[in-house]
Ligand binder design. Structure first.
Ligand code: WT7
Length: 655
C-alpha cells in the first residue's frame, strides 16, 4: 500500500481524556461562538489577548480584497504586548526563555530581563538610524539575541526579515536587496553538530561589492570566531547595547503596520517576501498558541523546536508564546549532539509540558530507537504538536506512545508561512483525534476542498485546499509584488462580479473524510517539502543551470522515508564536460554548488547525469516521469512526450 492509501485507511480514534477535557483551555463553545459571529469572535480574541493603546472599532475591511485590513483603526505596540505589559502585571520574574546552547552552556531570561535587553537593543538600533518602516535583516543562530533583535525591531515599528542561518551568502544577498535592508544583525557564528559554523563571512560576501542598502552590521559574539571587520560598518552587539540607554518607551503603531517579511519558496526561481502586519497577526498567533496547545502560562513549559528563521519560529517561539506570557525552552543545536537523547534530556531538565516539532524529526527518532527517549523522564509532557508536513499514522502513534507515554493528545497543525498562524488542527480536550489528519479548521477559520471548477468536492473526496474567508494573520501581500500576490493565491478562485468572494488557494491537495475532517496530502505545485522545509524546484534548477558545466537541469521531489521528500536532480552536462568528468565527479561538484548557492537544505540527495530530458511537444519537462525514475517506479504514460524513446535512453544511462 502506498503512503496515501494507508493514510486513508487509518481508522484509529483517540477521544479526549475526561480529566484533561475538564481542565482544558478550549471548549466546544468556541466553535459555536465563531459560527454565530465570526468577526465578533476575532474581535473578542483581539481584545482579550492583546493590549491596545487605541482600541479598534472596525474588525475587518475586505472591500479592497484580497488586500485585507484587520482592526485597522486600532493601535498597539507588538513588543510592548510581548514584554512590558507582563512585567507591569507583576510577572517580571517569570522565566520567558530557558535557553540551552549546544555545548551545554545555558541562560534563563525572565520577562523583566528580556524586556530590559530589548529596550537597549531598540535604543542601539535607533542610534544606527533605524526608524519606523525601515527593514532590518536578521541572520543569527538560535540564541536569545535572535528573539531580542526581532522584538527590538518590532518595538520601533520597523520591519524584520529573518534569514535562516543555513542559507547561503547568495540567498542572504537576494533577501537583503529585495527588502532594501538598512541594518543586518548577525553573529560571528553558532554551534551546530559540535562545531561553530561561521555566519559573518556570508554577510561580508553578501555585501562585498558595496552596492547595497545596508549601512551597518551588528555582530553578536557567540563563538570565538575570528571575524573580518569593515570599519564604519561593523559594530559589536555587546558594545552597542552597553552604550545604549536602558529606558525605552514603546510607541503604538497602526494595527496594519508591517511587522515582518519572511521569504519562502514559490513556484518560480525567486523566493517570495511574505508580508505580515501587526494586530491581526499577533491576535491569531496568541489565540492559536493558547487554544491549540492548551497553554496555562503560569505552569506550562512550552518548547517549539523550530528555528526562528522559519515561520514556525516567528509565531511559536517569538510572538505567540511571548504575547501569552509563557515560559519556553529554546535550544541552539542539533537533536543528536552530543548524544541522541539530547532533546529528551532537555525535556527532563526543564520539565517541558508542551512539545511542538516536525514529523521528520519524529521519524528520525523512531529510527534511532526508543531506548534514547526511554532513558529520560518525560512525564512532564501533556500536549504534543506536529507541523510542517503530513504526519504518517505510524509516526503519530509512536509520538503519542513513546514520547507522550500513551496519554498525551497529539495535535497535527496545518498552516503556512502565508497563513501566519495555525489554521487547521484538533483542539486538545475537545477533538477526538485521528492519526494522520490535520482535522478541523479552528474556530473563526473557514476552509474547503474544491475541484478545478471551484465546486466543493464534498465528503469523501479530494481536491484543492482553500481558505474561504479572510483570517486575521493572513499575509497582506508579497513584498514589492502585488501582482504576484494576486496571481499566486487569489486568481484561481475569484468569482467574477463579487470580488470579495475570492478564495485563498493554499497550493496543497487535501481530502475530506466522511466526517468532514481534512487530510492534507501535500503540495500540488512545483514546491517540495524536505524535512518540513519548503523548496522550489525552479529555484534549484536555476542554481544548477547557472553552473558552467550544466546545459539543462530538471528537479523533482521524490518521496523519502526520512525527510518526506528529497531533492533529486536530472542534469545534462555541456558536451565538453561530459567527456572531461565522470558522472560521479560532476554530481559531487553540483551538489556542493547548490548548497553554496542556496543553502545546505537545498543540496540534492542525488544528481543523475543524463543525456536527455523528457519533454512534451511544447517543450515542457514532464517531471511526473522523472519522479517515477527517482522513486524507482515503473515509468508511467509517455505518450505525450515529443520523443517517446527518451525515457528508455534515460533509464539505460542510469543502469
Ligand atoms: C506547507 C507550508 C507552517 C509551518 C511550517 C511550514 C506543508 C505544513 C502541515 C501539516 C500537512 C503540512 C503544506 C504547506 N504543511 N503543515 N500539518 N500537514 N502538510 O511552513 O514552509 O510555509 O510550508 O507545509 O504543504 O503548504 P511553510
Amino acid at each position: 500500500m502506498s503512503d496515501i492509501d494507508s493514510l486513508l485507511h487509518e481508522d484509529r480514534r483517540f477521544a479526549p481524556d475526561p480529566d484533561f477535557a475538564a481542565q482544558a483551555v478550549a471548549g466546544s463553545e468556541l466553535y459555536d461562538r465563531a459560527k454565530a459571529d465570526r468577526l465578533g469572535f476575532w474581535a473578542d480574541q483581539a481584545r482579550e489577548l492583546l493590549h491596545w493603546s487605541t482600541p479598534f472599532t472596525q474588525t475587518l475591511d475586505w472591500n479592497n480584497a484580497p488586500f485585507a485590513r484587520w482592526f485597522a483603526d486600532g493601535r498597539l505596540n507588538v513588543s510592548y504586548n510581548c514584554l512590558d505589559r507582563h512585567v507591569e502585571a507583576g510577572q517580571g520574574d517569570r522565566v520567558a526563555i530557558h535557553w540551552e546552547g549546544e555545548p551545554g552552556d545555558s541562560r534563563s531570561l525572565t520577562y523583566a530581563e528580556l524586556t530590559a535587553e530589548v529596550k537597549r537593543a531598540a535604543n542601539a538600533l535607533t542610534s544606527l538610524g533605524v526608524r519606523h518602516g525601515d527593514r532590518v535583516a536578521i541572520y543569527l543562530p538560535m540564541i536569545p539575541e535572535a528573539v531580542v533583535a526581532m522584538l527590538a525591531v518590532a518595538r520601533l515599528g520597523a520591519v524584520h526579515s529573518v534569514v535562516f542561518g543555513g542559507f547561503s551568502a547568495e540567498s542572504l544577498r537576494s533577501r537583503i536587496d529585495d527588502a532594501n535592508a538598512k541594518v543586518v544583525i548577525t553573529a560571528d557564528g553558532g554551534w551546530r553538530k559540535g562545531k561553530v559554523f561561521p555566519l559573518k563571512p556570508a554577510v561580508d560576501a553578501a555585501l562585498a561589492d558595496g552596492k547595497t542598502s545596508v549601512e551597518s552590521v551588528l555582530v553578536v559574539k557567540r563563538g570565538e570566531n575570528v571575524v573580518d571587520w569593515t570599519d564604519g560598518r561593523d559594530r559589536w552587539w555587546h558594545d552597542e547595547l552597553a552604550a545604549a540607554a536602558a529606558e525605552h518607551e514603546a510607541q503604538p503603531f497602526e494595527a496594519e503596520n508591517p511587522l515582518f517579511i519572511l521569504y519562502t519558496s514559490g513556484t518560480t526561481g525567486k523566493p517570495k517576501g511574505i508580508l505580515h502586519t501587526s494586530g491581526g497577526y499577533l491576535t491569531q498567533a496568541a489565540f492559536t498558541h493558547k487554544a491549540v496547545f492548551d497553554l496555562k502560562p503560569e505552569t506550562d513549559v512550552f518548547w517549539c523546536t523550530a528555528d526562528v528563521g522559519w515561520v514556525t519560529g516567528h509565531s511559536y517561539v517569538v510572538y505567540g508564546p511571548l504575547a501569552n506570557g509563557a515560559t519556553q525552552v529554546m535550544y541552539e543545536g542539533t537533536p543528536d549532539t552530543p548524544h541522541p537523547g539530547r532533546w529528551w534530556e532537555l525535556i527532563e531538565k526543564y520539565k517541558v509540558s508542551i512539545l511542538y516539532t516536525a514529523p521528520t524529526a519524529i521519524r528520525t527518532f523512531m529510527k534511532l530507537g526508543r531506548e534514547h527517549p526511554q532513558k529520560f523522564d518525560l512525564s512532564s509532557l501533556r500536549v504534543l504538536g506536529s507541523v510542517g508536513e503530513p504526519i504518517n499514522p505510524e509516526a503519530w502513534i509512536w509520538y503519542r506512545d513513546i514520547i507522550g507515554g500513551g496519554k498525551t493528545p497529539v495535535v497535527d497543525t496545518w498552516w503556512q508561512t502565508e497563513t501566519g498562524a495555525i489554521m487547521v488542527s484538533a483542539l486538545p480536550g475537545v477533538t477526538t483525534t485521528k492519526p494522520g489528519s490535520a482535522q478541523v479548521p479552528l474556530p473563526g477559520i473557514s476552509v474547503d476542498v474544491l475541484d478545478e471548477n471551484a465546486k466543493p468536492v464534498g465528503l469523501g473526496s479530494g481536491g484543492l485546499l482553500v481558505v474561504t474567508e479572510p483570517w486575521p494573520a493572513m499575509l497582506r501581500g508579497i513584498w514589492g509584488d502585488p501582482e504576484r500576490f494576486i496571481e499566486t493565491y487569489w486568481e484561481k478562485f475569484d468569482f467574477e462580479g463579487s470580488p470579495n468572494r475570492r478564495m485563498y488557494l493554499a497550493g496543497d491537495g487535501a481530502r475530506l473524510d466522511e466526517d468532514g475532517d481534512v487530510w492534507v496530502l501535500g503540495r500540488v505545485d512545483d514546491v517540495m517539502n524536505v524535512s518540513g522545509h519548503r523548496l522550489s524546484t525552479m529555484e534549484i534548477e536555476s542554481a544548477l543551470v547557472s553552473h558552467p558545466i550544466v546545459a539543462e537541469a530538471a528537479v523533482v521531489g521524490a518521496s523519502d522515508e526520512n525527510t518526506g521528500q528529497a531533492v533529486v536532480a536530472f542534469v545534462i552536462l555541456r558536451a565538453k564536460q561530459a567527456e572531461a568528468q565522470t558522472s560521479e565527479e560532476a554530481s559531487a561538484i553540483l551538489r556542493a554548488w547548490v548548497a553554496e548557492q542556496i543553502g545546505a537544505i537545498a543540496r540534492p540527495r542525488q544528481i543523475l547525469i543524463v543525456s536527455e530530458l523528457p519533454k512534451t511537444r511544447s517543450g515542457k519537462i514532464m517531471r511526473r516521469l522523472l519522479r517515477d525514475v527517482a522513486e524507482g517506479r515503473e515509468i508511467g504514460d509517455t505518450t505525450t512526450l515529443a520523443d517517446t524513446s527518451v525515457m528508455s535512453v534515460i533509464t539505460d544511462t542510469l543502469k
